[in-house]
Design a protein around this ligand. Structure first.
Ligand code: TXA
Ligand code: MG
Length: 315
């Protein structure tokens, strides 16, 4: 079945919001590129995004909001973050901020991180959809992994039409490049991804130049942004026999002795449970063993994240 392409009307926005609240996927125009939107709070819907895109990795996703009230429910804003938001939102700026303890954005959408990427898009259709839905929407670019980002509804249809529920056609995107992503390290803004908002414009607002993230930042020092989920506990992978006193996460039918990512062997369900199960065991075990997960479909992304989480960051 191919997703319907519909014009932006009050009725089609209402239908799209309904699809989202049932866990479906809707392609929406933004001023940068078309996004593949899902309910940020619903991990199953988020897992479907990765499945539809055929992403071999669970990158953390950007949560899109449509008001300051919604933004402040998701993240904690420093004075500097607020200044940038007030200057450039709505618009092609994404800020990575500490997640609010009551954020609705699921662990899977954040790839297990304690931070959250927020953006308030400047496109009437995106704003109307977020408003009608009533909560943050995650939306990576609406293309298959490895393909270029779509700037027209027809691009989305050609790439993902058979994998999603609806395409809202808002015409060509004005910016055509993804948003600029800014993070904060030790309170200082750093450029994480150049994009549609020029770095010089941000620097001018800040009254100083914006530091790009240097390769040495990959080594986690206090106050620096982590790029992937890292548990406190030691993680052992592909374990079929956990040791005494070790936490255990397994996958598939007939597996027991710990938490099962999906007793029926469903990789979408496993993706949904991955980060929350790791976090749960990380609270009470010094070592966590994980059983084998097939390296197919979403299993590839699950294994990628597990391998990254298993590498201990320098203390
Ligand atoms: O223009 C855009 O930003 C488009 C449109 C659709 O809004 N969206 C987009 O979203 O590009 P997405 O989800 O593909 O961007 C995700 C990028 C990741 O590659 C990651 O680098 C960064 O955002 N990101 C998200 N959460 C992060 C976090 N907590 N820490 C660091 N980087 C994060
Ligand atoms: Mg993309």
């Amino acid at each position: 079945m191919t997703a319907r392409i519909v014009p932006i009307l009050p009725e089609t926005i209402a239908i799209a919001a309904e699809i989202l609240s049932e866990g479906g996927l809707v392609a929406m125009p933004t001023e940068t590129v078309y996004g593949l939107a899902a309910d940020a709070a619903n991990p199953t819907a988020v897992a479907r995004i990765y499945e539809a895109k055929g992403r071999p990795r669970f990158n953390p996703l950007i949560a899109h909001v449509s008001s300051w009230a919604m933004a402040e429910q998701q993240a904690k804003f420093s004075g500097l973050a607020r200044t940038l938001g007030e200057a450039f939102w709505p618009g092609p700026l994404t800020m990575v901020l500490p997640a609010h303890p009551e954020s609705r954005v699921s662990d899977l959408a954040r790839a297990g991180l304690d931070t959250i990427a927020l953006r308030w898009p400047k496109h009437y259709a995106a704003a109307a959809l977020i408003e009608a839905f009533g909560g943050p929407l995650v939306a990576p670019s609406a293309n298959r992994s490895g393909h270029v980002s779509p700037t027209r509804a027809e691009h989305v249809a050609a790439d993902l039409g058979d994998r999603i529920d609806l395409i809202l056609d808002g015409g060509p995107c004005a910016v055509g490049l993804e948003s600029t992503i800014i993070g904060f390290e030790g309170g200082e803004p750093v450029l994480l991804r150049p994009g549609g908002l020029e770095t010089s414009t941000i620097s001018a607002k800040l009254g100083r130049s914006l530091r790009a993230r240097s390769p040495t930042d990959a080594i986690n020092a206090p106050g620096q942004l982590k790029s992937h989920y890292a548990p406190r506990a030691r993680l052992r992978l592909d374990v079929t026999e956990p040791a005494e006193g070790e936490g255990y996460i397994c996958f598939g039918p007939g597996q027991s002795g710990g938490l099962n990512l999906s007793p029926t062997g469903d990789l979408v369900e496993a993706a949904t449970n991955l980060f929350s199960m790791l976090r749960a065991l990380d609270e009470s075990y010094a070592s966590i063993a994980v059983g084998p997960v097939p390296d197919e479909g979403l299993g590839e992304a699950i294994n990628d994240r597990l391998r990254r989480a298993a590498v201990r960051d320098p203390e």
